[in-house]
Design a protein around this ligand. Structure first.
Ligand code: AMP
Length: 156
């Protein structure tokens, strides 16, 4: 696949790694907001999750392969978001983005919260679904009215 990205300096260019439910939703949202976005997945069927209105680019390949990242023009990216289902792949890509290409904003999803310190050592922001869920459930438990409102919304 031939990729051509014409980018002005200071423009935002986001690369998302992993077109799962989270990656695809994120890509659709950024694209809806008019941002330049490219999404990479090693399984080309995964791109079916993108909305028909998605205006970004797709690249089929393993993002832990440096050639794929170069094809995605990672050197031009302002943000790299690694949200594959593999913590090792996410940390590797995030480290490459940060250490080799000096990308300003690097965010990685990790399933294992105990590995968070590894990312922070490298200046990588993390999101951990387990921790986010705990916080959200705790919020609901401490505010029963939130739960009541959500149930009412679901019923209507
Ligand atoms: P999900 O589990 O729904 O968040 O999906 C994760 C996505 O990440 C799947 O579509 C995988 O094919 C993709 N994925 C996993 N490892 C890699 C990798 N090394 N490079 C690119 N995509 C990957």
């Amino acid at each position: 696949m031939k990729i051509q990205i014409t980018k002005q300096k200071n423009e935002n260019y986001t690369i998302i790694i992993g077109c799962g439910r989270l990656g695809a939703n994120l890509a659709n949202t950024l694209s809806d907001n008019g941002e330049d976005v490219l999404i990479i997945d090693k399984n080309k069927e995964a791109f079916r999750k993108l909305s028909p209105a998605f205006g970004g680019l797709t690249l089929n390949g393993d993002a832990t392969d440096l050639d794929i990242l170069l094809e995605a023009q990672i050197n031009n990216a302002t943000t790299v978001i690694a949200v594959t289902n593999n913590d090792n792949a996410n940390i590797l890509v995030a480290q490459i983005a940060r250490e080799i290409f000096h990308i300003e904003r690097v965010i990685a999803r990790l399933y294992d919260p105990e590995r968070e310190y590894v990312y922070h050592e490298f200046g990588i922001d993390t999101i951990c679904p387990a921790i986010l869920s705990v916080k959200e459930i705790d919020k609901i438990l401490s505010r029963p009215d939130i739960l009541k409102n959500r149930l009412q919304e679901a019923e209507s």
